[in-house]
Design a protein around this ligand. Sequence first.
Ligand code: GAL
Length: 412
Amino acid sequence: MRAFASLSAAVLAPTFFFAAPQGFAQASNAPQAQPDPPQAVAQTPPMGWNSWNYFADKVDDKGVRAAADQLVATGMKDAGYVYVNIDDTWEGQRDASGVLRANAKFPDMKALADYVHSKGLKIGIYSSPGPKTCGGYEGSLGHEEQDAQLYASWGIDYLKYDLCSFIGDVMEKQAPNDKAAQMRLMQAAYEKMDKALKATGRPIVYSFCQYGWDAVWEWGAAAGGNLWRSTGDVEAKWDRIYAIVNMQAGLESYAGPGHWNDPDMLEVGNGSLTPAENRTHFSLWAMLAAPLLAGNDLPNMKPEIKAILTDRDVIAIDQDPLGKQGSRIYSEGEFEVWTRHLAGGALAVAVVNLNETRYSTHPFHLNLTKLGLHGPQKGKDLWTGKAITLTDGQPLELPSHDVLLVRIDAPK
Ligand code: GAL
């Protein structure tokens, strides 16, 4: 199930500074510079690591500490990966007053949070608005305020809230055969936890995981989400990764600082993805301004995977402060061309070979005019690190499932 985010009006409101005209005595109701809003989290897409994609129910205290250690040791923390997120299967039972305990895999959640914080990192956790999580563990239904307070007392910085059993146990039971009413119940459940989180006074990134249902991008921000899953689950398979990318086209207007579309966590380094597929997956998540939550086995990460995950140039595309999600500009057969507008007037261009049947006899020819560009464009090929000039009609040969990712600082 997917996550989404919202952002409060306070977070969205720009802060203006006015210079009083000469001879104008500042009235008491003159606009004042506003302090930063208290919960301005996720101003760029959240970056970190999440236990689910590789460890699933094998996650435990030791594994989370090891992931935190590795984020530091590998340089991933310095590259921007700060959230260490525990996914499903940490939950134990509630005590007589309803306070949730972690299960035996997590003997002391507060001590774990302190450890993660001591590394200069932040810690995330997972729950469901239903009675049970997707893994069948204790959910938050009827205990939203209590759970939010518990997370805050532990020092939690991020919550992924996964619809799971809320579908069958609440939506379908309370509103049988009425999909619209079911969706209203779903939205209200996400709003309820938003209020509970805000009441703690702690800045907590709020990640909606309800699989993109009911066009969550249209209401996720208003419901308090900082990110919302826009699709079902990712898998470490090229076909699934590309299917998800395909569903992101058209959602770009809904993303921005504090509220992001979430095409799900990274599978870079998982399964049998080829080097090209790992590169393309990471490049496209950057073009999509997607949260970058690595989901691999950090203690056993291969150097080539670390090189992809820590590529500063590609991360800079993802984390660009303008926060504009990229768009698919055109596709031609098995090739697609995406662009993303960046701060300072720069442009990122990604050309992807989705298949494997174009050869040098009939290479793909790049059409710069379709990208709104005129004449040769000087840029940097982000995966070779070399200067490149893109020209109109340029023949491009890309290996199967590979990408050409170019940053143009001064597009014409
Ligand atoms: C799914 C969710 C996954 C993972 C899993 C845990 O619904 O999409 O990312 O959180 O539940 O049970």
